[in-house]
Design a protein around this ligand. Structure first.
Ligand SMILES: CC(C)(COP(=O)(O)OP(=O)(O)OC[C@H]1O[C@@H](n2cnc3c(N)ncnc32)[C@H](O)[C@@H]1OP(=O)(O)O)[C@@H](O)C(=O)NCCC(=O)NCCS
Length: 168
């Protein structure tokens, strides 16, 4: 069984190992928190500003398998930006990210009341692009050579999901 929950202070060691994994870090945004102190600050913010900011742990049969997050991007227009999705390599290939993303979409759109979710994926990240399509996000375009990543300017593919896109 796959479930998601808000991250807690005692998840910081897990999050620290996850985001620094060689098969995770290169795919995260260049501003991602990587050290324990920054990760703890994010978990605390998720707790104190739950409407604007979220850090979540994905569990598979009660075991920590991955993480995901969001941040308010535009309060007036109710847009949230999704970020920092990662599944531990040992848990991949079972559809855990897809199921967790579907739960997360419903939570942020229906429980928190956002209207639109946005996310960006580096164009070289084929696994994440395939995941976003499977999870129902709609591809809206490409930001050409948008970000400097490890010395190269890389394209980013933009996806979004509207509340009315959710399957009933
Ligand atoms: C992006 C990421 C979370 C996606 O996870 P993933 O393991 O690749 O995806 P899943 O766990 O959903 O597994 C997908 C594969 O399992 C298969 N699968 C098996 N059972 C499945 C099921 N019940 N449901 C869906 N897919 C299933 C899929 O068909 C797919 O196989 P394919 O690659 O041959 O098409 C993961 O690759 C990751 O953490 N990457 C590093 C960090 C990252 O890129 N984050 C995104 C930043 S934008």
């Amino acid at each position: 069984m796959i479930s998601i929950r808000r991250a807690r202070a005692n998840d910081v060691d897990f999050l620290h190992r996850l985001v620094n994994d060689d098969d995770v870090e290169p795919f995260l945004g260049g501003r991602a928190a990587l050290d324990r102190e920054s990760l703890l600050r994010e978990v605390e913010r998720s707790d104190s500003e739950p409407q604007d900011f979220g850090r979540f742990v994905i569990e598979a049969d009660g075991e920590r398998a991955g993480a995901m997050g969001f941040e308010v991007a535009n309060r007036r227009s109710q847009i949230a930006r999704l970020e920092r999705l990662a599944v531990q390599p040992a848990f991949r290939g079972r559809g855990i990210a897809d199921e967790a993303a579907r739960q997360f979409q419903r939570h942020v759109l229906l429980d928190l009341g956002y209207h639109r979710l946005e996310l960006e994926i580096y164009a070289f990240n084929e696994r994440a692009l395939a995941h976003a399509e499977r999870a129902g996000f709609v591809r809206e375009g490409v930001k050409r050579k948008a970000y400097l990543r490890h010395g190269d300017r890389v394209d980013a593919v933009m996806f979004a999901l509207l509340r009315e896109d959710l399957a009933e």
